[in-house]
Write a protein that binds this ligand. Structure first.
Ligand SMILES: [Zn+2]
Length: 159
């Protein structure tokens, strides 16, 4: 991993190619990894953009129970709700369904010699976690999500 790049290569000129606003294809997904690196804290960048995994029981939202929605830490799309959160004992926030399938993207992940289903934000493409089929009824799904990929709505208000 080479995250010790010289900061001199950041931002060459002032031409902004920001294409948000029209809501068409592209949107926040048009950000490059370098652009995300300037916006996100290093640990969020590692999880959301580099598809890392936070250590179990380390995240803010494991064992967190206030009501409300959980947004994408990168683009604020609504991803999950406290209504579908449960304590899986895994050490990561777990949900048995997303708030809206439209905001979730499923990808096959064959890293670490396993075949798993990765879960990304459907709007910006940020890595969220994985989904497993050992969850509770009625879906029997367990969305195992990094706290660093999420922001609970009560934390959004403080920004
Ligand atoms: Zn997003």
């Amino acid at each position: 991993m080479d995250d010790n790049q010289a900061p001199s290569s950041r931002r060459q000129e002032g031409s902004h190619k920001d294409r948000r606003g029209s809501g068409g294809s592209g949107g926040p997904r048009a950000k490059t990894p370098d652009e995300w690196k300037e916006i996100l804290e290093p640990d969020r960048y590692e999880v959301c953009i580099n598809h890392g995994t936070e250590p179990p029981f380390s995240g803010r939202y494991n064992g967190y129970s206030p009501d409300g929605g959980y947004m994408c830490a990168c683009c604020r799309a609504e991803l999950f709700s406290s209504d579908a959160k449960f304590d899986s004992g895994s050490g990561w926030p777990s949900f048995w369904r997303p708030a809206s399938e439209d905001n979730i993207e499923y990808v096959q992940d064959t890293s670490y010699g396993m075949t798993r289903t990765g879960v990304n934000c459907g709007r910006c493409g940020a890595h969220l976690g994985h989904v497993f089929d050992d969850g509770p009824a009625p879906t029997n799904l367990r969305y195992c999500i990094n706290s660093l990929s999420l922001i609970h709505e009560s934390d959004c208000r403080e920004e």
